[in-house]
Unconditional design. Sequence first.
Length: 275
Amino acid sequence: MTIPSPTSIPSVDRTAPLLLFDSGVGGLSVLRKVRMALPQAPVIYVADNAGLPYGAKTEAQIAARVSGLLGRLTERLAPRLVCIACNTASTIALASVREVLEVPIVGTVPAIKPAAAMTKTGVIGLLGTEATIRQSYVDRLEAEFAADKRLLRHGAPELVAAAEAKLRGDAVDAQVYARAAAALRSQPGGEAIDTVVLACTHFPLIQEELSAAFGPGVSFIDGSDGIARRIAFLTQGQAWDRREPDLALFTRGESEVNRLEAALEAHGLGRIATF
């Protein structure tokens, strides 16, 4: 399916929202950049917390779950554009979702290309979920953009839980971040890492903590700026009308969701509901 260009969309309901989808609250790091690019855009943020964590699931489980959920969500919510604000879901299910949905789809991919341009030592670390780092999609990005670099990968599920806990206001053991840094540093050539790709949208939410764990001289990069630019391009010229506070939808209601209220409000999500 070809993604429509902005001029190929004849008319769009002014109130039609952007739909941002993630397994949890990681996509808030993408929403933050989208807000900067399109502050007037109404947004529905969907967190599939009933399916969290995606990184521990099989590719078949993730593809089926994401495709099914997004199909029901787009039918019910009629968004003008869907952003899969999750590296794991994007690297596995993006192509199949684009085939079945009749709206523009923007995915999230590891920022290997800009990292390759940034590194001075030629050694790049990549932190993601276990499901993301093993994908052939990542292999292809490495071959295309970082063939002359050394890319060291580590699956860090603890960091997903740490980001979720941080946004709830829970204390997180600093050793979680130290273990992630050590896992990359201990690989051959790891002492020369000067650039780290945050290949999970949860991880920019804990970048400050990761920076402290890696120490000075290490830069971090993620794909959120590129995603925001792409969404702005695909919706340029369209009118926006936000008539009520933006909505955060969860696939499972639980007490922990209520503890996210302050973080959601800080990202402009004034309403919380269960899908």
